[in-house]
Design a protein around this ligand. Structure first.
Ligand code: FO1
Length: 314
């Protein structure tokens, strides 16, 4: 039986599960909504790190060591920019720059980010629908003791070292969710929250006007909303989610993530190492599901995707 699956994703962690899901679903059954709060402009080019990470992963082109960028990449253009005195802490490879030049060309021709992403995906052979969360501008701004930083300044330039005091999604109050995202929610059977950072990746998507309410109301209509924990055994599987959670005053635990998604989640998937937290998750009114959720190999990604797709409405 065919079903409509909508998955929300950020960068590397989200892309892993997206790949697993894309191996099991027909392309027309699968829509991916990707965070654009990390987007930024480098050397005059508009860069969408999460969209590109998802797109390259689904196309089988990604650098499997870093999880971002392209495999067999070189950085000659960047070394030239360095000679010209540009800041080159954001590692844009030569092949990757081709994507950003193409995106800039299409933006200048007044195409929106949804159209451009569809074009790039089609050219790279990605068949499922990959959608930016919005065509408007939302920027994740990280307030630290020293300064307010963009996501890439915080994450790449400053290596997630500054203490995080607050996180804002600037523009989210006026940005319109992508119309196709809204349409996908009209026909969704299963909504999946990939194991992406709840503050930096999923947070900006949920902050878009009307989106959290739409997802809260899905419960009433027999849809299944599943979230996969990005926290295993008290620390993030990848990236600074655990560090940020601690600095914002939360306990670093999968239960905290379940609490953050409490109103939009029916089933919360935790790793086998976290089985002891089942009761705490149940007490939030969410059904816990214990499964191996660390995705190293392609087989791991497909196995987790299969577990999620086999879940039935309770
Ligand atoms: N992540 C890094 O840790 N260092 C980089 O230099 C870097 C460059 C980069 C270039 C293009 C791109 O699409 C992604 C890139 N990323 C890099 C990943 C990216 O900054 C993060 O993974 C996401 O923004 C977090 O979701």
């Amino acid at each position: 039986m065919s079903e409509n699956v909508v998955a929300l994703a950020g960068g590397v962690g989200g892309a892993k599960l997206a790949l697993g899901l894309s191996c099991l679903l027909n392309p027309e059954e699968f829509t991916l909504i990707v965070n654009t709060g990390d987007d930024d402009i480098f050397h005059g080019l508009y860069v969408c790190p999460d969209l590109d990470t998802v797109m390259y992963t689904l196309a089988g082109l990604s650098n499997t060591e870093t999880g971002w960028g392209l495999s067999s990449e070189s950085f000659k253009a960047l070394s030239m920019l360095n000679r010209y005195g540009c800041d080159t802490w954001f590692n844009l490879g030569d092949l990757d720059l081709g994507t950003h030049i193409m995106r800039k060309y299409l933006l200048d021709k007044k195409h929106n980010l949804t159209e451009i992403t569809a074009y790039l995906c089609q050219k790279l052979g990605v068949l499922c629908q990959v959608l930016p969360m919005t065509n408007d501008t939302v920027r994740t701004v990280i307030k630290t003791a020293g300064a307010e930083l963009s996501m890439q300044q915080y994450f790449v330039r400053d290596k997630s070292e500054p203490e995080v005091l607050d996180i804002k999604y600037v523009g989210s109050d006026t940005a319109q969710p992508n119309e196709e995202f809204s349409n996908a929610l009209d026909r969704v059977d299963k909504l999946i929250f990939c194991p992406s950072n709840p503050f930096l990746s999923i947070g900006p998507i949920l902050a878009l006007s009307g989106i959290r309410d739409r997802m809260m109301n899905l419960k009433k209509n027999n849809h299944l909303r599943i979230a996969v924990s990005p926290i295993v055994s008290g620390s993030s599987v990848k990236g600074p989610a655990g560090k940020i959670m601690h600095e914002l005053g939360y306990e670093v635990s999968c239960v905290t993530v379940a609490e953050l998604y409490r109103d939009v989640c029916d089933v919360f998937v935790i790793d086998v190492q976290d089985e002891k937290h089942c009761k705490d998750i149940e007490s939030l009114g969410i059904k816990p599901l214990v499964a191996p959720i660390i995705m190293n190999s392609k087989a791991d990604k497909i196995a987790l995707a299969k577990t999620l797709l086999e879940l039935e409405v309770i």
